[in-house]
Design a protein around this ligand. Structure first.
Ligand code: XMP
Length: 488
């Protein structure tokens, strides 16, 4: 594609353009496809990625993102084991059949079972006859679990539903048949066992419901939700990668502030040497040279953005950076569609997402826009004076994030790296926003409207049209037209 690029991109970002409305297509906006690509091998029905920040993406956010058709990147400010556990948690959930359901043996105490359920965020535990036997002895559901701690030292068999009273079925049962059985018996879980009572899987009512409600969720070829995770570029990053891949991660992110660097080059080379063609997104860069460098060293997608983020102080502290829309355009002109571009940072409103996508990106990473939600890590705090509810959003190199890692003895690697450079991030309080599902629902709706105003039936078509001829479609704004557009 040769762009007729007489548009001046220098110094430009999202508030500098509108696009000319085109003749709308007939039909419902609900049918407009927003499908796009994350890497050559992974496509998404909603081109949104939640940022690998400790105030944005843990397991809850990653699950919600995949359920809505996007993907979450689990941050790495934690031990390898914890991060891998979060990945495994997502890969286990929401698939039609949980292939390797978690089990505990007979003799486990209620206290141990309670901790186990909490650590793995599950509400029902299959009980096996002895450790590793995989022979079903019973099921301990949330309903069976005693409420108070009086029974904490009692064995699970005192409270579980034992095998002879359980409804079970054979492996290979269809989802329709399983739904019927779940309904007929008014039960939540259907363990799948063979003639020897060996456990082959588990089907839950909740997972079947979620699957029906969200046909566009992001899945691998076995029907499990997609999840990505950050690994860094130094220290334990190869061991981290091995553990995350073992846990089922679909895509890894080498994400450092200055991606156009020898650190990145060496990191990718060693990664490829050990893990071959595992989908790998690398960032961040903000220039044509940086983007070509990423492609040439073997990145499957490149993350673009130096300093536009809401929690970033890089530009303020170092003067390094490129206005975000200019960076997206410049990197796309260097790469074309040879590898996908992920626009990262600086999204303030939904129209910014559309502009990022039609100027070169194929996906957009969001941090602050998804913060403050139920699914973002961290607690809701209430202002004692105004009674407004808030959560914390912070840059990963904010003094607060660095300080916290200093108190984490298991995370010395991260601490050393963080102390290498002075903080280039900040912490802010953001309003509590409720469920991220509502935000993603809104984004999906606005993106579909933008596609419709662009006169197309798919995001791909709108992107191709505007990418190839931005001069025809984009309207540069003056100071007064910007006021007319955005000031209310
Ligand atoms: P938004 O604007 O969506 O940006 O909140 C999210 C992106 O900000 C980047 N990030 C940082 N940049 N110092 C920085 O300069 C930091 O401490 C920092 N923490 C996050 C990151 O790329 C993220 O996706």
């Amino acid at each position: 594609m040769t762009p007729l690029d007489n548009v001046s991109w220098v110094g430009k970002t999202f508030d500098d353009f509108l696009f000319r409305p085109q003749k709308g297509m007939a039909g419902s906006r609900r049918d407009i496809s927003l499908a796009s690509v994350l890497t050559g091998h992974i496509s998404l029905e909603l081109p949104i990625v939640s940022s690998n920040m400790d105030s944005v993406t843990g397991a809850d956010m990653a699950r919600a993102m995949a359920m809505e058709g996007g993907i979450g990147v689990i941050h790495r400010a934690m031990t390898i084991e914890r991060q891998a556990r979060k990945v495994a948690q997502i890969k286990r959930s929401q698939s039609a059949v949980i292939n390797q359901p978690l089990c505990l043996p007979l003799g486990t105490t209620i206290q141990q079972a309670r901790n186990f359920a909490h650590n793995h965020s599950i509400t029902g535990i299959l009980i096996e006859t002895e450790p590793g036997s995989n022979i079903l002895a019973g099921l301990l559901s949330q309903r069976d679990m005693p409420w108070n701690s009086d029974y904490d030292d009692q064995p699970v068999e005192r409270f579980m539903t034992s095998f002879d009273r359980l409804v079970v079925d054979k492996p290979g049962i269809s989802i329709e048949q399983a739904s019927k059985i779940l309904f007929e018996h008014r039960i939540e879980r259907l363990p799948l066992v063979d003639a020897e009572r060996r456990i082959h899987g588990l089907i839950t009512r909740r997972d079947i419901f979620s699957l029906r409600e969200r046909p566009y969720s992001s899945k691998d070829d076995k029907g499990h939700l997609l999840v990505a995770a950050a690994i860094g570029a130094r220290g334990d990053y190869l061991d981290r990668s091995a553990a995350l891949l073992e846990a089922g991660a679909d895509c890894l992110f080498i994400d450092i502030a200055h991606g156009h660097s020898t650190v990145m080059e060496e990191a990718v080379e060693r990664f490829r040497g050990r893990f071959g063609g595992v989908p790998l997104v690398c960032g961040n860069v903000a220039t044509a040279e940086g983007a070509r460098f990423m492609r040439d060293i073997g990145a499957d997608a490149v993350k673009v953005g130096v300093g536009p983020g809401r929690g970033c102080r890089t530009r303020l502290e170092t003067a390094a950076g490129v206005p975000q829309l200019q960076a997206i355009r410049e990197t796309w002109k260097a790469l074309g569609d040879s590898i996908p571009i992920m626009a990262d940072g600086g999204i303030k409103t939904d129209k910014d997402i559309f502009l990022a996508l039609v100027c070169g990106a194929t996906t957009v990473m969001l941090g602050s826009a998804l913060s403050g939600t139920d699914e973002a890590p961290g607690r809701v705090i209430e202002d004692p004076v105004t009674h407004t509810k808030k959560k914390i959003y912070r840059g990963m190199t904010s003094p607060e994030a660095v300080l916290e890692s200093l108190y984490d003895p298991e995370n010395a690697e991260a601490t050393d790296a963080a102390l290498d450079t002075p903080p280039e991030g900040q912490e802010i309080q953001v309003p509590y926003k409720g469920s991220v599902n509502d935000i993603l629902h809104r984004v999906r709706g606005h993106l579909r409207s933008s596609v419709s105003y662009a006169g197309e039936a798919t995001l791909q078509a709108a992107r191709a049209k505007i990418l190839s001829n931005p001069e025809k479609y984009l309207v540069p704004l003056s100071e007064s037209s910007r006021r007319e557009s955005y000031e209310r």
